[in-house]
Ligand binder design. Structure first.
Ligand SMILES: Cc1ncc(COP(=O)(O)O)c(C=O)c1O
Length: 441
């Protein structure tokens, strides 16, 4: 057996082997450059923006789509269009990206967290009902890491309590639940086009709905709350509601439109890479690989694994074991490390409850009139996940079998030498994957 890189051996994955996401080809360059020839660079009715909205609506199988400048903007617009505001509560999973919950604060409402399912890491549908109060207005299921949430159960609970469902599909472009694309289930859905996402526009997002009234409201919310004249379609510069500046631009829209043509092929390669790692990691019964229920597909925005020191026979805590393994894998050249490090309600924002201003808004809003306490320990499943999970990054295209085989060599080297891994557990190494992997600074 070769010497581990952390122990002075040669790394299994040479520097430069992990190629960045997304692959960009001549068709992308041509698409972006063509924007300069069309001589329109922005606007809600601009050709690339409208074309992208139409292409995406058709891809998802949903009536209406508005392109936005981020996924966070799309979520905020959905809450505002649904009429969620002061005094309202919105149910959000305890483990997700902050924006799934901060959008609720932006709407002046209060996020109420639900723990996740231990196998899918998505919101546990069995725990939603106990969190519903007379204030609850909406549920935001997140299709985490690219795996659809339990939509049937969530929609049934929402229907029973007359709640709006806003799908946070920011990580799950093209994933299917019972043969239907996510983003087409709730009254609203939101996608992100951030550079790391399966569909990349640099930055950007989509607000989606099937309801024409919500579309009209969304259009106004995206553009300062401005009215547009019914006949001339011209802006009248008279805001009738409070809106935002959430429009996107032609350059990223043209880029995303071009990338969309390869979304399915790119997702297929992610799935192939994930299958390769699944079968490799099956050699190690102390490793948990992503669970995919048979009624849905996973598009692997992230490939997440968990380590169990007890099953591995290693006398370290789950956290120590995970960090030790991350260090050894990192030294072998695998892009690895954690993404979120704590349940969202454990973040300082929820501990201090200082949303905006200096008076604790929106929690102190007199329309709310209730005290809510956020404790990470109230979400034991999410908390446990944060102890023992890591991301094996780099499974995105154009990386394929070649890189996965190098990863396999690195993984076997490290996982078959746990005594060496444990010996280096306190080495000063910070395992991470940098933003530059996703063409971000
Ligand atoms: C689950 C989830 N929701 C919302 C967002 C926000 O998207 P954006 O960064 O485009 O605002 C993200 C982005 O990472 C996300 O992962």
């Amino acid at each position: 057996m070769k010497r581990l890189a952390i122990d002075g051996g040669e790394r299994a994955v040479p520097a430069g082997s992990v190629r960045p996401w997304p692959p960009i080809d001549q068709t992308d360059r041509d698409a972006v450059l063509s924007v300069f020839d069309q001589k329109i660079v922005c606007g809600s009715g601009a050709p690339q923006c409208v074309g992208l909205q139409n292409d995406w609506a058709q891809y998802i199988g949903r009536k209406y789509c508005l392109a936005t400048n981020s996924g966070t903007a799309a979520l905020h617009m959905a809450l505002a269009a649904a009429g969620v505001g002061p005094g309202d509560e919105v149910i959000v999973p305890a483990y997700t990206f902050l924006a799934s919950a901060s959008c609720v604060l932006h709407a002046n409402a209060i996020p109420i967290f639900v723990d996740i399912d231990a196998r899918t890491y998505n919101m546990d549908p069995a725990r939603i009902e106990e969190k519903i109060t007379e204030r609850t207005k909406a549920i935001i299921p997140v299709h985490l890491h690219g795996l659809p949430a339990d939509l049937d159960e969530i929609q049934a609970t929402a229907a029973k309590h007359n709640l709006v469902v806003i799908e946070d599909a920011c990580q799950a472009h093209g994933a299917e639940y019972k043969g239907q694309k996510v983003g087409s289930f709730g009254e609203f859905s939101a996608f992100s086009l951030n550079s790391s996402k399966n569909l990349c526009g640099g930055e950007g997002g989509f607000f989606m709905t099937d309801d024409e009234r919500f579309l009209t409201r969304g259009e106004m919310l995206r553009m300062f709350g401005d009215e547009v004249d019914d006949e001339t379609k011209l802006r009248v510069y008279n805001a009738s509601i409070l809106g935002f500046m959430y429009r996107t631009q032609e350059l990223p829209a043209a880029f995303a439109r071009s990338q969309l043509k390869r979304l399915d092929a790119n997702n297929a390669l992610r799935q192939e890479n994930a299958r390769f790692l699944d079968s490799l990691l099956a050699e190690f019964p102390w490793v948990t690989t992503p669970f995919v229920p048979p009624d849905r597909t996973h598009v692997y925005w992230m490939y997440v694994v968990r380590f169990d020191p007890q099953k591995a026979g290693v006398n370290l805590s789950p956290r120590e074991f995970r960090i030790a393994l991350e260090k050894a894998l990192h030294m072998e050249g695998i892009a690895t490390g954690q993404w979120q490090t704590m349940p969202v309600p454990a973040q300082d924002l929820f501990q201090t409850k200082m949303g905006y201003g200096t008076k604790g808004c929106p929690w102190t809003c007199h329309f709310y009139g209730r005290d809510v306490t956020y404790r990470g320990s109230d979400y034991p499943v999410a908390s446990q996940l944060c102890e023992d999970y890591t991301v094996i990054a780099g499974i995105h295209p154009p990386n394929g079998r070649g890189l996965m085989e190098m990863y396999a060599e690195a993984i076997r080297k490290v996982f078959n030498n746990l005594d060496v891994v444990a010996k280096h557990k306190d080495d000063k190494i910070v395992a991470h994957y940098s933003g530059s992997m996703f063409m971000a600074a």
